[in-house]
Design a protein. Structure first.
Length: 173
């Protein structure tokens, strides 16, 4: 595929990826309500009373917030009155973390696409055809060919050191 098609395809992919990234960033910036770290969990418990309906299999719903601290899971009881608030705050936290993870993944993808676009657009200088033209002719030694193309003048100052003309002009000689 020609380089121009590759570059065009990469630009399109880059624009789409950046648009997705912007969407996730907007979600993070638009988060205004407070969050609670952890996952809201509804578990069934048995109370232990022999005549209760939970003794026959149907359990009592119990609300917990599952939190990971220092690599260990901790379950914190959530009061019935706080259930809706904690469930919503934990949901916001989960969505925030998912958006953050997507943002990190998409940022890496944007960088990879930018690098690929750079590689597609960069040409060596001089190009291969010009390098062929600038090779020395047969019978001419390479160092002679280089010397004939660019001569630099240097001058020796009064102290016997070699220097360029610019350096001598700066000294005022």
């Amino acid at each position: 595929m020609p380089k121009s098609r590759d570059a065009s395809r990469l630009r399109q992919q880059l624009a789409l990826t950046e648009a997705k990234r912007d969407g996730h960033l907007k979600m993070l910036l638009d988060t205004r309500l407070r969050m609670v770290r952890g996952s809201f969990v509804l578990l069934g418990k048995k109370c232990g009373k022999p005549n209760c309906h939970c003794a026959t299999g149907e359990t009592h719903p119990t609300r917990y917030l599952s939190i990971s601290e220092e690599g260990r899971k901790r379950m914190v009881h959530v009061r019935s009155a706080d259930e809706v608030e904690v469930r919503d705050a934990a949901g916001r936290y989960r969505r925030f973390r998912e958006a953050r993870a997507a943002l990190a993944r998409l940022s890496a993808e944007v960088l990879a696409l930018a690098d690929a676009l750079q590689e597609c657009l960069v040409d060596p200088y001089p190009s291969a055809s010009k390098r062929e033209q600038s090779r020395p002719r047969k019978g001419v030694r390479h160092d002679e060919h280089q010397r004939s193309g660019s001569r630099t003048s240097s001058k020796t100052d009064d102290e016997g050191r070699g220097g360029s003309m610019d350096g001598d002009l700066a000294k005022g000689s």
